[in-house]
Write a protein that binds this ligand. Structure first.
Ligand code: PBG
Length: 334
């Protein structure tokens, strides 16, 4: 053991509190709680289906029965909730599958709430997985190519959210980034007797290259153009504050920042400026990068995943959405 002296301040020894496990534990500022982890699940029709996603090792498209199995494992480790994405068998230009009461997400919600009533079931509300063109809203095609229509998409989003609430979802999470969708969803839910269903809003969602593997997982890559006309420019932080302020005004209960790791400055600002429950989404490429480097033996997977979670919490995130939720929960139990 060595103790440094700090030149001009002979009494100052910041290392004093780092000399033993017990001492470090006593002064630790951030603690990890598996109940604040959320595991995303990709569900589709079928039985006993586990279709691997090649760009996300360990992640699968699951039939409802398999999703319940996966959720049970997560729940047993103490994971707080799951976030459901649907992959419909058929897509069209009106995203009809998004509000289909017999859709895979709606069916998964019903099964999960029946089998695991204490697990928080959150649904992603978006149209991209259900649209043949892969955009998050209705598209008008013209001579200049396609244009994503904001206001016309709101009713569809609200209907999708309502179908999730009717199936029994504990919370809905709109990720489309249309302006005004939180209010549209709030009004729809309130009007139909779901005033107590919270909205976790993807308020600051950036147009990010870190979503690459997800688009394979959800089969939702846009067929033309990109999402820059509705998702945020990675160069902007003040704009994120305006997005969050609007969503709070419209009725958001939890604020989500996405991606996570490269955007922790945004997480921190959102938490300190608004003081709302804040979630960070460690997106697909964050997961895949860690997995890939670990497979090559270049990094210690467990240590890197755990440190990433700790850093998200230190930045101000209460909730972390991560594909590694079950493993993380298991590791901190040990
Ligand atoms: C759907 C949606 C996306 C993600 C979550 N919801 C993809 C996108 O906007 O292109 C990305 C999640 C991830 O990368 O893990 N709108």
């Amino acid at each position: 053991m060595s103790i440094n002296s700090v030149g001009r301040f002979p009494g100052l020894r910041l290392r004093r509190l780092r000399q033993s496990v017990a001492m470090r534990r006593m002064v630790r500022e951030t603690r990890l709680d598996a109940g604040q982890l959320v595991l995303p699940l990709f569900v589709r029709d079928g039985k006993r289906l586990r279709r691997p996603i090649s760009s996300m090792p360990g992640v699968f498209q699951l039939s409802v029965d398999e999703a319940v199995r996966e959720a049970t494992k997560a729940h047993e480790q103490g994971v707080g909730g799951v976030l459901l994405f649907g992959i419909p068998e058929e897509k069209d230009v009106r995203a009809s599958g998004a509000h289909d009461s017999k859709g895979a997400v709606q069916a998964a919600v019903r099964s999960l709430k029946k089998e695991l009533p204490d697990l928080i079931v959150i649904t992603d509300v978006c149209l991209c997985e259900y649209m043949s063109h892969g955009h998050c809203g209705l598209v008008k095609t013209g001579r200049q190519g396609g244009q994503v229509l904001n206001d016309a998409s709101l009713e569809l989003l609200a209907r999708a959210a309502l179908s999730h609430a009717e199936a029994g979802a504990d919370m809905v999470a709109p990720s489309d980034m249309m302006d005004g969708r939180v209010r549209a969803i709030r009004e729809k839910l309130d009007g139909k007797g779901y005033a107590n269903t919270p909205i976790m809003s993807y308020a600051a969602k950036y147009s990010s290259a870190f979503y690459g593997p997800f688009r394979e997982a959800a089969e939702s890559a846009p067929q033309f153009g990109d999402r820059r006309s509705y998702q945020m420019d990675p160069a902007n932080a003040l704009e994120a504050m305006r997005e969050v302020a609007l969503d709070i005004e419209e009725g958001a209960d939890i604020i989500l920042v996405k991606p996570g790791m490269a955007y922790l400055d945004i997480v921190h600002r959102v938490k300190t400026e608004f003081g709302y429950p804040t979630a960070a989404y460690a997106v697909s490429a964050e997961y895949s990068m860690i997995k890939a480097a670990a497979e090559k033996g270049w990094i210690d997977e467990r240590a890197v995943f755990t440190e990433s979670w700790l850093c998200a919490k230190r930045a101000g995130a209460d909730i972390l959405i991560t594909y590694a939720a079950t493993e993380l929960a298991g590791w901190i139990r040990e």
